[in-house]
Design a protein around this ligand. Sequence first.
Ligand SMILES: [Zn+2]
Length: 96
Amino acid sequence: MENKVLDNEQLEIKNHMETVVTQMFENMLKRLDICKCEMCRKDIIAYALNHLPPRYAVTQKGELYYRLAEFTQQFEIDVQVILAEAVQVISQNPRH
Ligand SMILES: [Zn+2]
């Protein structure tokens, strides 16, 4: 019973960098002329996340987007630069 305790908790630890990268990539994707299969899309997101620091925070379960104070305009530019690099690397060497 002791190890079931986490199931009922209302808060979760989430890497918000993953949320930010996924949302930014989805916004970019419409304008990109690259393969959009699931493998390529997820490889691009994984590449970007491996090159960006994680941003763990505690949120209410199910909360979709939590804007951290450090998510400034410069921060968003940095994420976009890494995403652009990820797009280039994966689309030049796709695994599909
Ligand atoms: Zn593909």
